[in-house]
Design a protein around this ligand. Structure first.
Ligand code: GZL
Length: 379
């Protein structure tokens, strides 16, 4: 690795440590970015580190010693995706010695494979992928491997190849299991004996959709719930509204639970139920469950429109930068890192859930009762 680059990346790491940036794998996305510690470094040393960083970045850019990273992002379908893109772009920045080649693949798997092949042809230093779907990757990852370009995967998983150096994301099946356990305990507490549920799922074949469906379906089966239908809303608000409108025609009066596999689908489902005069949320005829826990989703939890929202943490940017810095320094990196993600509820009748997670461990996890401070701190 070029010497200038080493000083640049070390400066980055020192500035990162000084700033206590949030979003790492041990920081839940809704916590406010870590505040400077009480022993905040003297301003001059933080400024000195930033100055060194800027100078080193300028030198590196001038001498072409910048790390080039190709990022093939899913698209721009949701609030979650916007937060994900912002997190990566903020971390893989020129200030941190990186030239980020960003491609929004617009939820098109073929375009995403093309983007990765273009990165290979460009000879970038690293490739970051958030895979739209979890299969069809081994051929192009083999091409990247043959070209000697390390691949980092974030968020969703690649399930048909292990030719990548590291993955940072969520345990999606646990998200579905947690939602199932919460619904089981919530229904028992509210004296609801019959569950007739409709599911608006995410992008078909994405690991987020596969995992959330797999986890929740374990409860459908074990609890004998009646799952009337599952159709994809493609993680979009329009998709959620269209599917909900169809459900309101096909299953009028037959359902008392709607599960949306992300907040944007829930926003669409809410619009459809409002238009149809169907009540939902706290005190409503329909229990509404969502995933992601973005700021607007948690506002709906606070307002009693969404009963429970299972967070999926989008802030993988700092982890991405850290992985690249370690690889540049010749250090090992973990093959997989799971993000910290809390579960949010609108009422305080339940304070925790206990369930068997996807690893077969019995876990007890607190439920966060949403107040304005939680919404304010959300991504
Ligand atoms: C999950 C992520 C999903 C979100 C959606 O990790 O890939 O895609 O749940 C987003 O909001 O569109």
């Amino acid at each position: 690795m070029k010497k200038k680059l080493a000083s640049l990346l070390v400066a980055t790491m020192s500035v990162g440590l000084l700033a206590g940036c949030g979003g790492s794998s041990d920081t839940a996305a809704t916590q406010a970015p870590a505040a400077a510690s009480t022993e905040a470094p003297a301003a001059e040393s933080a400024e000195a580190a930033t100055e060194a960083l800027t100078e080193a970045a300028e030198e590196a850019a001038a001498s072409g010693d910048v790390i080039t990273v190709g990022f093939a992002q899913v698209g721009h379908e949701s609030d979650w995706r916007t937060a994900s893109t912002n997190s990566v772009q903020a971390a893989l920045s020129a200030e941190n010695g990186i030239d980020l080649q960003f491609v929004d693949c617009d939820n098109d798997s073929a375009a995403q494979l093309d983007a990765v092949r273009n990165f290979i042809q460009q000879g970038v230093d690293y490739i970051v992928i958030d895979p739209i779907v979890s299969t069809g990757w081994d051929t192009v990852l083999t091409e990247a491997d043959d070209a000697g370009i390390p691949v980092i995967v974030i968020d969703r998983t690649i399930d048909d190849s292990d030719k990548y150096v590291s993955w940072v994301g969520s345990e999606f099946t646990n998200e579905g299991l947690a939602a199932g356990e919460w619904l089981k305990e919530y229904a028992a507490d509210k004296g609801i004996s019959e569950i007739n549920v409709l599911v608006i799922s995410g992008t078909t074949g994405s690991s987020a959709q596969l995992g959330r469906t797999k986890g929740f379906d374990q409860y459908v089966e074990s609890e004998g719930w009646n799952k009337l239908d599952e159709q994809t809303g493609d993680f979009t608000q329009d998709g959620g509204q269209q599917v909900m409108e169809s459900y309101l025609k096909s299953y009028a009066g037959q359902f008392n639970v709607v599960v949306c596999q992300n907040d944007n689908e829930a926003f669409g489902a809410i619009d459809a139920m409002d238009a149809a005069g169907v009540s939902y949320g706290v005190g409503g005829d329909v229990i509404l469950i969502s995933f992601d826990a973005c700021k607007a989703g948690l506002q709906d939890v606070l307002d009693g429109k969404i009963n429970a929202d299972f967070q999926c943490n989008p802030l993988q940017g700092p982890d991405c930068l850290n992985i690249i810095q370690k690889l540049q320094a010749g250090e090992d990196v973990p093959k997989q890192t799971f993000m910290a993600e809390p579960w949010y509820v609108s009422e305080d009748n339940l304070t925790s859930i206990t369930y068997t997670n996807n690893a077969g461990e019995e876990v007890t996890e607190d439920l966060v009762h949403v107040d304005q401070s939680v919404v304010d701190a959300a991504y």
